[in-house]
Write a protein that binds this ligand. Structure first.
Ligand code: SF4
Length: 375
């Protein structure tokens, strides 16, 4: 019998590229992307299948060591290691954005040593000003033209509007699932939520929408949801594309009820405005309003106000700050964000990792102590 709902999400999460390979076998062209600054809506509108490139935290970087120096973002090194090992041989295209210098550098190495039929880098400014917004708008126009050339057809306005509507619907459904984590205990665990979101990154948006509808219906009527725990936490930080760490936090008698990470609230909630100028809608959603530390927003600590708002909305009593080694954008913000949270009365715990989670047991002890402190 075909799996549905949470069971289907788990299966898709575990066999992360099976569906993309199936679609490829049916003649679809699959384009991998590393960050939402290259909006997947544009790829979908061109009839391509966007696939969010993941690392594999369970696998040590080995082969990529021949090409990339060791002192760089361990996440992007790991994704390239997967490519070198042939795990991304189903990709027809690879699209990256200047999210940070690590990704920019990896784009050059990746496309040189593992060229794909279609490759593109979206330039993203690091400050938000009227001029940088205009620049990013032009960058998106160029991205759209390159996608059209690869797809062999113009993306017509109606196709782009339909794609934006589809992605807006998925984000609305994700938000509905987030709402189901407001109760105590939440109806959906943080690990289950992340499994659903990661699974969605490997699916065409229409299939993700269908999955979200199944999961929402199941969760609303479930009787086997998470049991009561001592604390409610918000999970903030670098990319987290594996559920192991969230599971660990939840094993330590805490619910992860909200997050601020790339595969989560930072990029999968809210709406792209679908008006006369869709690219302007992308600029507003993916650049101006995108709360990622890779974009400089001044030194005023009020730039973190949205975090307190999210913590209060979901009644989080503390924050886990997950930081990857060599991640300059997050590390530069770390001191400020900790002070800000402390001043707002929210305790925080920093968990630093090199994208291997080999220090899981020492993390367990620290999380247990943190939960005792905040509960
Ligand atoms: S974790 Fe940090 S360094 Fe790595 S890709 Fe993300 S922003 Fe860049």
């Amino acid at each position: 019998m075909a799996l549905r709902g949470l069971a289907r999400a788990r299966a898709l999460y575990e066999a992360r590229d099976d569906r993309a390979r199936e679609l490829k076998a049916q003649g679809k062209r699959i384009v991998g992307y590393l960050c939402y600054f290259a909006p997947p809506e544009i790829l979908e509108a061109a009839g391509l299948v966007p696939y969010r490139i993941r690392g594999d935290i369970r696998e040590r970087v080995t082969d990529a060591d021949q090409y990339v120096e060791p002192y760089g973002c361990p996440f992007v090194r790991n994704t390239f290691d997967q490519a070198v090992k042939g795990r991304y041989d189903f990709l027809d295209g690879v699209v990256m954005a200047h999210s940070c210098d690590s990704v920019q550098r990896m784009y050059g190495i990746w496309t040189h040593y593992r060229p794909a039929a279609f490759t593109h880098m979206v330039n993203v400014p690091h400050t938000v000003t009227p001029a940088s917004e205009r620049f990013f708008h032009r960058e998106l126009g160029l991205f759209k033209e390159r996608v059209e050339a690869f797809a062999g057809a113009r993306i017509d306005d109606r196709a782009l509007e339909a794609s934006i509507d589809l992605y807006n619907r998925t984000r609305e459904l994700v938000w509905q699932l987030y709402q189901l984590r407001k109760s105590d205990p939440p109806l959906l665990s943080g690990a289950e939520m992340l499994e659903v979101l990661i699974a969605g990154g490997g699916l065409p948006a229409a299939e993700f929408e269908e999955l979200l509808r199944e999961v929402t219906a199941e969760v609303r009527s479930r009787r086997d949801g998470p049991s009561a725990k001592r604390a409610r936490l918000l999970f903030y930080g670098c990319i987290n594309d594996d559920v192991t760490l969230i599971r660990l936090v939840e094993e330590c008698s805490a619910h992860v009820v909200m997050d601020d990470t790339c595969i989560g609230a930072r990029s999968l909630l809210g709406r792209v405005t679908n008006g006369d100028d869709p690219l302007a809608g992308f600029v507003r959603y993916y650049f101006t309003g995108f709360q990622c530390p890779r974009t400089y927003r001044g030194t005023d600590r009020s730039r973190f106000d949205y975090l307190i708002h999210a913590a209060r909305q979901f009644q989080a009593q503390g924050v886990v700050l997950y930081i990857l080694s060599f991640c300059d954008p997050h590390k530069l913000d770390l001191v400020d964000v900790r002070r800000y949270l402390q001043d707002a009365g929210l305790p925080s715990l920093v968990l630093e990792d090199d994208y291997t989670l080999t220090n899981l047991e020492s993390m367990r002890t620290r999380i247990q102590a943190f939960v005792e402190m905040v509960a």
